[in-house]
Design a protein around this ligand. Structure first.
Ligand code: GDP
Ligand code: MG
Length: 163
């Protein structure tokens, strides 16, 4: 059975860029406009002889209850229900935000396996950039740069270890 890896995080942290890296496709729409990806996007990837499915989500706005943002949150929850592993993406340049903490809490409640990924870390020492994110209580964060591809293969290997 192919494991399903679901990318979750607030808008603009680089989920779609990472999706493209992990699927070597241009299926996901990458843009500076936060929350442009409104649906779930599915892509296939393979690491060695291990195939996997990746799901890109539109972003998680847990405090918003109406309109398009609510629909995005609903889609994201559905994707999480399908997840064998949630990749929770945060932004190493912005640093830890209050919204990251809310998302972490909601993810914890789902009981899903979670791997914390700190993106946008190109040119930064990984131990320094990941330090503040330990506070989320989700274990050792994995530092990557989706744009540059730094450490993305290592991330996928880590994600697939138990499958
Ligand atoms: P999403 O809303 O989480 O899907 O984020 P996107 O993938 O659309 O990316 C949002 C912005 O962050 C775009 O301008 C990306 O080019 C930029 N971005 C994504 N990954 C990285 C990265 O590793 N480093 C840097 N510096 N920027 C990134
Ligand atoms: Mg996106």
């Amino acid at each position: 059975m192919k494991p399903t890896l679901v990318l979750v995080g607030r808008p603009n942290v680089g989920k779609s860029t990472l999706f493209n890296r992990m699927t070597r496709s241009r299926d996901a729409i990458v843009a500076d406009i936060p929350g442009l990806t409104r649906d779930r996007h599915y892509g296939h990837g393979r690491m060695g002889d291990k195939p996997y499915l990746v799901v890109d989500t539109g972003g998680f706005e847990p405090t918003v209850t109406e309109g398009i943002l609510h629909e995005m949150a609903r889609q994201t929850r559905q994707a999480i229900d399908e997840a064998d592993l949630v990749l929770f993406i945060v932004d190493g340049r912005t640093g830890l935000t209050p919204q990251d903490k809310i998302i972490a809490e909601q993810l914890r409640k789902t009981g899903r396996k979670i791997l914390l990924v700190v993106n946008k870390t190109e040119g930064m020492a990984s131990s320094v950039v990941t330090a503040e994110f330990h506070e989320l209580g989700l274990g050792d964060p994995c530092a990557v740069s989706a744009v540059h591809g730094d450490n993305v293969n290592e991330l996928v290997e880590l994600a697939l270890l138990d499958f």
